[in-house]
Structure formats: structure tokens, C-alpha cells
Design a binder for this molecule. Structure first.
Ligand code: CAA
Length: 259
């Protein structure tokens, strides 16, 4: 595998790759160099035909405590505008294969936003989510006012963005931000289990399913239903669609070839 400064990556059997944010002295603060590595690693995995789903995690203490405040502190407007600061983060949401976030500890600011760019969030008992940017004299800049509001609703998102107050794992689950809460030491294993379940299916169908669910956040219901129907029909161009239905009829496991 490749050597990263701020990541640890692992390609497992069964089509699953794991990325761990690894900047322990800064609670995985998401510096430019760290995010550059993350986007490269995720792109490599997206392009690797042996990888079907990715697990993204941090440490038990912190998924990520946000963008790197020390890196941002002395920048002026011209710099952040000319360099489109944080713009490259959105490449995480361009990854076509599913990303399961296993979140333990702090997921604050950019850490919460990064988790929300993933497709499924499994939270450890000790996870805390928040958008504390207002305490720093700024506002969320990577989806905290947008993705969070679509997920938890306006009132709670407003409260989080305006006061900086945090959600614990159980409230995050109740409000739909995470799909499940598990004991902290099991978060990564649970994320891997979910990714392994996904990875038994056909890659193009996995990609289509993720794409369609994401389109629900962008399109009107009628447009979204049309988009879904078009991709549903398109699965009939795949031999894996015929294989899946034939295996059902024959009462055997399907043997998908990703075609
Ligand atoms: N940026 C840079 N360094 C950070 C950091 C961050 N976001 N978060 C933590 N660190 C560093 C600390 O400065 C500290 O470094 P030193 O040992 O060199 O002093 C180290 O990580 C450990 O942190 P603490 O000593 O503060 O640990 P703690 O347990 O006392 O507190 C914490 C933990 C509550 C998460 C606290 O670190 C904290 O409040 N962090 C900042 C959270 C935050 O404001 N995030 C939003 C950033 S802005 C943003 O993300 C914009 C956006 O929309 C993308």
C-alpha cells in the first residue's frame, strides 16, 4: 500500500478498503495536506475495481475536530477566495462508491461536515457532533448549514450553528444524522460489516443506488422518481441484473461479475 503522512489505509479482502485519519497530535484536524491525501486515497479506491465500498474513520478520541484552525487563522479574504479554500473537500462527495463513516469522539465543524459527506454514518457511544464555527467568528464552510439542515431539520440545525451546541450519539441517531449507535470499540468493525454487506453486490448497481439516493437531495420528487426509473431500467443492460434474478429463481447465491 501507499505511504501517507496523515492517513492509514488498508485494503481488506471482500472488496472493502479502510481509511483512518491519522493526525493524533491535532485530533485529526483537517489541514490542507490531510485533505489532499484523503481525496487522493479515496479517488484511488474509487478507481480500484477490487474495492466496492470504503470505511472512513478516525481515532477513538476524534473522528476529526474540524478544519485546521491554526492553518486558517492568519489567512485574509483574498487568499481564501483566490485559493478557493475548502473547495477541494467537495471531491469527497464526488466519490461514486459508498463511504461508510465510523465516527468515534469529536466530529466537530469540518469533522461533522466530512462525516455528512459520507453515505452512512455509524456512531460510537462517545461520538459528539457539532458546528462550533460561530465560536470562532465564522460559519460552517463545508456543508454544515446545508447538509445538516436537510438531515436534522431547521430548528435543530439553527440551534447547532447559532450556539455551537453539540449532539451526542443518541440524539444524533434519534434525529437521523447517524444510522446506528454502537459501543465505541465496535464502531470500526460495524462499519466494516456494513461495507462488506454492500461489497457482495454488483459494483455498477451499488453506484447506481448511491447516485439515486443522493439525487433525492437535489431534485424535486417527480424529477427524482424519473431519475430513479431511468437508472432502474438501465440495470436491465447489466448481466448482473439477469444473474441476480436467475439466482433467485434457482434458489442459489448470485455470482456477480460487475458487468
Ligand atoms: N485545528 C487545529 N488544531 C486543533 C483543532 C483544530 N480544529 N482541534 C484540536 N486541535 C489541537 C489543539 O490545538 C491541541 O493542540 P496542542 O496540543 O498543540 O495545543 C490538540 O489538538 C488537542 O486538542 P485540545 O488540547 O484542545 O483537546 P481537548 O480535549 O481539551 O479539547 C476539543 C477537544 C473540544 C475538540 C477542542 O480541541 C476544540 O474545541 N477544537 C476545535 C473544534 C472546532 O472549533 N472545530 C471547528 C473548526 S472550523 C471549521 O471546521 C470550518 C469548516 O466549516 C470547515
Amino acid at each position: 500500500g501507499q505511504i501517507w503522512e496523515f492517513l492509514r489505509t488498508e485494503k481488506r479482502e471482500n472488496g472493502v478498503a479502510v481509511v483512518r485519519l491519522h493526525r493524533p497530535d491535532a485530533l485529526n484536524a483537517l489541514s490542507g495536506p490531510l485533505m489532499g491525501e484523503l481525496v487522493s486515497a479515496l479517488r484511488n479506491m474509487d478507481n480500484d475495481p477490487e474495492v466496492k465500498a470504503v470505511v472512513l474513520t478516525g481515532s477513538e478520541r476524534a473522528f476529526a475536530a474540524g478544519a485546521d484552525i491554526k492553518e486558517m487563522k492568519d489567512k485574509n479574504y483574498a487568499e481564501v477566495y483566490k485559493t478557493a479554500m475548502l473547495e477541494a473537500w467537495s471531491e469527497v462527495s464526488d466519490i461514486r462508491k459508498p463511504i461508510v463513516a465510523g465516527v468515534n469522539g469529536f466530529a466537530l465543524g469540518g469533522g461533522c461536515e466530512l462525516a455528512m459527506m459520507c453515505d452512512i454514518i455509524i456512531a460510537g457511544e462517545n461520538a459528539v457532533f457539532g458546528q462550533p464555527e460561530i465560536q470562532l467568528g465564522t460559519i460552517p464552510g463545508a456543508g454544515g448549514t446545508q447538509r445538516l439542515t436537510r438531515v436534522v431539520g431547521k430548528s435543530l440545525a439553527m440551534e447547532m450553528c447559532l450556539t455551537g451546541s453539540r449532539l451526542d450519539a443518541h440524539l444524533a441517531e434519534k434525529r437521523g444524522l447517524v444510522s446506528r449507535v454502537v459501543p465505541t470499540e465496535q464502531t470500526v468493525d460495524e462499519g466494516i460489516k456494513v461495507a462488506e454487506k454492500i461489497a457482495q453486490f454488483s459494483t455498477p448497481v451499488i453506484i447506481a443506488a448511491k447516485d439515486c439516493v443522493n439525487q433525492s437531495q437535489e431534485l424535486s420528487l417527480q424529477q427524482g422518481l424519473k431519475y430513479e426509473k431511468a437508472l432502474f431500467w438501465s440495470t436491465f443492460a447489466l448481466s448482473d441484473r439477469l444473474e441476480g434474478m436467475t439466482a433467485f429463481k434457482d434458489k442459489r447465491k448470485p455470482n456477480f461479475t460487475d458487468e
